[in-house]
Design a binder for this molecule. Structure first.
Ligand SMILES: *Cc1c(COP(=O)(O)O)cnc(C)c1O
Length: 489
């Protein structure tokens, strides 16, 4: 039986709070400021708690099940992150407090900037951007300002590979650049001929994801970067896939000029419905002066007795602020905690295990699914959710059927260059038993695709919500919970 929704449970006069009698004289609000009726549901506290707890249990989450959503790095977020983020000295801060009262927070931000710079081989980092996509926007604005400052304002093209995440071309277009798409070759790398034929003095930069969204390390990455630098362009690294590289390769040393980090992917800050993102940006030496301001710096060196004094500094040619106050501070605390907990060797092991787990899954499935590019993968890989001898079955059916086994579906229909793509990223935090259970489920689904395709078409069968009509869901969006409409009489 369907549960009653919150408006249907409403009963006039029920309340979850009781206000104390005012101890100051009542002042009537000016007429017109008060709405005569506001149709809010009226419930007691217990009913409200039950409603929201029940809703939360309808969701899949990393804390309830395996979540191999490719490119999103849905790894486990350690509980210690939450404890540290809730310490009153961090949680109780106000962003307008004067720096002499927030030295601990500034110190944490300073060292997080330093850690991220070290991890990816850069000279400076801003923590302001609120997500990877905003980091991209920040990076492309830095590219634009750098060229203008150097008398190269005519450069009006950003090159983007056809395997790129949609945010890359979107960001370039938002910044008023013309986007030119570069093809991939038969091994899933950037096609060097396609790249070379588009390189000229109008190129402002290239946006490159490495490992790319096929989960493949760009085999000619240094050559690609040198070619773009050769015509005076800059190279932006989409660092969403840093989970494959920690302690192993530094994008800055490969020649990238700029890169964003997704703290909510690589560095275990809550992701999706769980909290705000954070997308710091690292830059090479020649771009440090263009970072958004302010950044945290040491403004007075310490000595044996006194710690250094930290302050907020705006770089010389800064593109300006990209986010209010200091960015998502609580996420910085979580990422800092995660990095401190692991140390350099620990972070290297994170990436080693992420890559190992992805290859383990790929090898467990490659005889029953077509692997898009047969190479050793990095932290993720892409399968095709289709079979020549089961023409009615699509990646969407495989994804929906997986939910019956308690697994979140992989990313599907991305990257766009793989037909019926299923992009699988297990992350390092899963046990071999979970990986084996996932392989078994995927193998059963491949078998059902041939023997009983209807069970896939009708899936999911066991979830609180059955398969949605995705067209109506997109066309007739209902974005908020409204009281039931009264039928006209
Ligand atoms: C997630 C992702 C982004 C965008 O990052 P958000 O934090 O979601 O804005 C960009 N590129 C790739 C490859 C990604 O996986």
């Amino acid at each position: 039986m369907a549960e009653l929704q919150i408006y249907e449970k409403s009963s006039p006069g029920r309340r979850a709070v009781r206000y104390p009698q005012p101890d100051v004289p009542l002042t009537p609000l000016p007429a017109g400021l008060i709405r005569e009726s506001l149709p809010l549901p009226e419930l007691g506290e217990l009913e409200v708690v039950r409603h929201f707890t029940r809703l939360s249990q309808l969701n899949h989450s990393i804390n309830t099940g395996f979540y191999p959503l490719g490119s999103c790095t849905m790894k486990y977020n350690p509980l210690i992150n939450e404890e540290v983020a809730r310490l009153p000295g961090f949680a109780g801060l106000h962003p307008m407090q004067p720096p002499e009262t927030t030295q601990g927070a500034l110190m944490l931000m300073f060292y997080l900037q330093e850690f991220l710079a070290e991890i990816a081989g850069f000279a400076g980092v801003t923590l302001q951007p609120a997500a990877g996509a905003q980091g991209e926007l920040t990076g492309v604005m830095i590219i634009r300002k750098y060229h203008h400052k150097n008398g190269q304002g005519h450069r009006n093209v950003i090159l983007v590979p056809d395997s790129a995440h949609g945010t890359n071309p979107a960001t370039s277009a938002m910044t008023n650049y013309k986007v030119v798409e570069i093809r991939s070759d038969g091994r899933g790398n950037i096609d060097l001929d396609s790249l070379r034929s588009n390189l000229n003095e109008n190129v402002a930069g290239l946006m490159l994801t490495n490992p790319n969204t096929l989960g493949l390390f760009e085999e000619h990455v240094v050559e690609v970067i040198e070619a773009v630098h050769g015509v005076g362009g800059l190279v932006y690294g989409d660092g969403a896939n840093m989970n494959a590289l920690l302690g192993i390769a530094k994008p800055g040393e490969l020649g990238f000029d700029i890169l964003h980090y997704n703290l909510h992917k690589t560095f275990t800050t809550p992701h999706g419905g769980g909290g705000p993102g954070s997308g710091p940006v690292g830059v090479a030496k020649h771009l440090v002066d263009y970072l958004p301001g302010p950044v945290v710096d040491i403004i007075e060196e310490g000595d044996d007795e006194e710690p250094p004094v930290f302050g907020l500094v705006t770089p010389k040619y800064s593109i300006g602020r990209v986010k209010a106050f200091h960015g998502q501070f609580a996420m910085m605390v979580r990422a800092f905690t995660y990095i401190m907990m692991h140390g350099d060797q620990g972070l290297r092991e994170v990436s080693q295990h992420a890559v190992l787990n992805a290859n383990y899954l790929m090898h467990g499935l490659e005889d029953v699914y077509t692997v898009a590019f047969e190479r050793t993968c990095m932290h993720e890989f892409v399968l095709e959710g289709r079979w020549a001898d089961a023409p009615d079955v699509h990646a969407l059916d495989v994804a929906k059927r997986l939910m019956d086994f308690g697994f979140h579906p992989p990313t599907n229909y991305f990257p766009l260059i793989v037909k019926e793509a299923l992009m699988i990223e297990p992350t390092e935090t899963e046990t071999v038993e979970t990986l084996d259970a996932f392989i078994a489920a995927m193998r059963q689904i491949a078998e059902e695709a041939h023997s009983n395709p209807d069970i896939l078409h009708d899936a999911p069968h066991t979830t609180p919500m059955r398969r949605m009509d995705e067209v109506s869901a997109a066309r007739n969006l209902v974005l908020c919970c409204m009281p039931p409409r009264e039928e006209p009489v």
